[in-house]
Write a protein that binds this ligand. Structure first.
Ligand SMILES: [Zn+2]
Length: 232
């Protein structure tokens, strides 16, 4: 029998014909280990990186977030591009740096529901930007990789994959690509465009990629490194 704890779920794998009692005994024997894992999961911080005073990467640069109540019906997000200091909650002064998000939230939303609405609004903002930025990257890289292709670009919510290419020629890119540097976004566009010519990751595939983008392998390594610290 096998046992694992994934997030808050205890999963037991057992042969089909084994009795419930034996399964229970098996889990009970490992009881303290299971309890430790569950406590560990419960106590892990689940704070969203899209919260008040946090910073999220946008096109490879950190952008701090301030949230202020205002006369709006739904949470509104705008990116500002000027130096700015803001008193968020006296006496804390946050230096927002050159790029920062001003988030305006309707009066009366607080706590967890405020945090969740802000997160949703920021994700929607990233998605909208992604549609434009990634389409542009695909259009710019296409002549170098697959000049005759007519790919359809879609934005996804994928966490584990930056991009994918389906057999019908649809290229999907996670909105999370917008956290990366522009040249990294270009690499991901080149990578998925190259799949229109070579479906797998064979030598022939990498030849197409590096012909269009000689520094592709270095950029790819940089993205793998960066992935470990980006908010999910
Ligand atoms: Zn690939």
């Amino acid at each position: 029998m096998g046992l694992r704890v994934l997030g808050g779920i205890v999963e037991v794998r057992a042969p089909v014909r084994i009795s419930q009692r034996r399964v229970r005994e098996f889990v009970q024997a490992k009881g303290s280990w299971v309890v430790d894992k569950l406590i560990e999961h419960r106590e892990r911080p689940k704070i969203s990186p899209f919260g008040y005073g946090e910073s999220v990467p946008y096109l490879g640069r950190k952008a701090a977030i301030t949230i202020e109540p205002g006369p709006v019906e739904a949470v509104a997000v705008s990116l500002h591009d000027e130096d700015c200091n803001v008193f968020v909650e006296e006496p804390d002064l946050i230096y927002l740096g050159r790029w920062h998000f001003h988030v305006t939230a309707p009066l009366g939303i607080e706590g967890d529901s405020l945090r969740e609405s802000v997160r949703e609004a920021l994700v929607a903002w990233y998605r909208a930007q992604a549609t434009e930025v990634i389409q542009q990257a695909v259009d710019e890289c296409k002549p170098l990789v697959a000049p005759r292709a007519k790919p359809v670009v879609r934005i996804s919510n994928a966490r584990a994959q930056w991009g994918s290419c389906s057999s019908d020629g649809v290229l999907r890119f996670s909105w999370r690509c917008l956290m990366l540097d522009p040249y990294e976004i270009e690499y991901i566009a080149v990578h998925e465009l190259a799949h229109l010519k070579v479906r797998n990751h064979s030598k022939a595939f990498w030849r197409v990629v590096t012909k269009a983008m000689p520094s592709a392998l270095d950029i790819r390594r940089g993205i793998t490194r960066a992935s470990r610290t980006l908010p999910r």
